[in-house]
Design a binder for this molecule. Sequence first.
Ligand code: T1G
Length: 692
Amino acid sequence: MSEVQFSKEGNVGIIFVNNPPVNALSQAVRAGIEDGVKQGIADKDVEAMIILCGGNTFIAGADIREFGKPPMPPNLPDVVYAMEDSPKPMIAAIHGNALGGGLEIALSCHFRIAVPTAKVGLPEVKLGLLPGAGGTQRLPRIAGVKVALDMIVSGDPIPAQKAKDLGIIDEIADGDLKAAAVAFAKRVVAEKRPIRKVREMVAKVDSPTQFEDFAKSIARKQRGFHAPFKCIEAIRAAVELPFDEGMKREREIFTSLREGTQSKAQRHVFFAEREVVKIPGLSDKLPIRDIKIVGILGAGTMGGGIAMCFANAGIPVRLLDMKQEFIDRGLGVIQKNYANTMARGGITQADMDQRMALIKPTLSYDDLKDVDLVIEAVFEDMAVKKEVFAKLDAVCKPGAILASNTSYLNIDEIATATKRPQDVIGMHFFSPANVMRLLENVRGAKTADDVKATVMKVGKKIGKVPVMVGVCDGFVGNRMLGKRTRECGFLLEEGALPTQVDKVIFDFGFPMGPYAMSDMAGLDVGWRNRKAKFNELTKREQDNNILDKICEMGRYGQKTGSGFYKYDEKRNATPDPFIEELIIKHSQERGITRRVITDQEILERALYIMINEGAKILEEGIAARPVDIDAVYLYGYGFPAYHGGPMFYADTVGLKNIYEAILKYRDIVGAEYWTPSPLLEKLAKEGKGFYS
Ligand code: T1G
């Protein structure tokens, strides 16, 4: 069945698009729509036309998979022009999502009708693009510059009713959309309503400095991204240039963004989020276990955040802790979090009440006997974990999944505390668990396939990006981060200072540099880990005791008012000359002659050491694909989307360049730390990348 069919109902032509799953504007769809319009114009019985889609949505945009390939005619702007220039009224009938090119198609129509649950939006900016088929020129004309700036620069859709209030939608359809659209079309003909071309409307600024003001208002949130600021430029053209020139300007900007590295990275991120949910070698048809009730052990920061994740998805939770005071404190934090979200308009009081009611506190393991999944979030100590899992094994029903939120402990060892290792898995949430989207699911050697499939589906259901990883120290994220931490520590000894290292990492696009981040997390956490693993460290790592010196003074970071930085009562950081002196003195004591270290060297040593570790993780099978590693960093560590994740970024830099830099740092720092992974060396020598 072709993707687009033309039919008639009386005097109304119907262009029906059916290109599952989201009616993307593939070449066939674009050509089919163009043909349909021509047919309708040529058919003397047709007095008006509607464009309607099959499946559960209107057109959700251009086919992103076509980007990067040679463009195939007809191009979307031409299709959009043909619809707008139709001498017969064109009506868009919208259900589901009209996004990107889909909304641009609808805006080229003369009228738009939508079901109440429909949404319309221009999300191109999230792909590092801007609407490339007139969206930046028509939306400001029909809905005003402010609405266009908000919608196009945020990329967020709006519901049908709001779109109607803004004049984007003409009518909300009750009942069957097709019938309502045909009836609307007949009325337009009967009433001889004049054809309204959006491009003939006028876009006016609301104030002389509106565009500059808006750019300033997004500067912090959109730091480092190109597309949001280019969107503003294109919308400005809708005000300052005649329509056709504005369209040319929009096309120029669109094309330059599409070919740019940022959009390639952000398109990679779009598909990465969806690809990682599918585990290679595991059929996505595998029956999964039904998770109706979830038990959570530990009402602390992590346990409370995890409880919120499930309550937010409407899944009942049993929250267990040892003492009532721990429960009360945990529920208090959850309540405060919801209240804050409600104050920001994110949820209603009813939402909050409903979610709080789903979280049932308990002091008794007996209340876990009927849960389908239990997630332990207790103290990070193997003995404690084993004790807990032995109790869970005794209490929980057969088939219940026993998961640990551990951030680095060995899942296989934890599983030995139970008689059901096949039901044991890691579900590593990232703090704050109710905010961070990454969920590292850690498969044990004996974890059953349906358990793996179940926790991946559960992860998606609670709005996470679930990534399946294997057992090793730190799994994927923390293992790679540990190498960056070590390398930055060496850089401090050799000549860099915390402010310089942090600025380089911040300017690359991370939310914070490593030292500001450690101060926020609490230096005592890293210090405890360092002491726990001291005997496993190399001599140089053991001798690099800058962190110990700072912590021994009780400087644990923000929570104590000082760490690597000093903090005022509002926790604003300022560099601390005392710490800089301490670092310089440390180098002298270690007999290291400090030298000027360039920002480029800091960036390479901080990132390439992680990329090399990522390659080792792939060699060991701890991650199945480079995309799993990218997803971990994009959704768990704030890796800037416009770089696509560490492995995608490595391909952008070029593995040959990375390989040569690794050899350079091997000579400076030592082979103990800088030996190229065989996989990376092989790919570099073959002129390949992780993805090619
Ligand atoms: N192109 C190609 N494939 C797409 C696609 C698209 N636009 N949108 C979704 N898919 C695939 C997706 O990869 C997945 O595939 C399946 O469809 C279901 O998606 C000129 C240039 C519409 C809200 O950015 O936001 O128009 O994994 O799991 O949760 O100005 O998909 O099954 O193989 O996300 O129900 C602008 C992107 C494009 C919208 C549905 N449009 N899509 O969410 O399903 S650029 C977008 C979404 C553009 C013009 C410009 C969501 C959705 P698979 P899904 P969902």
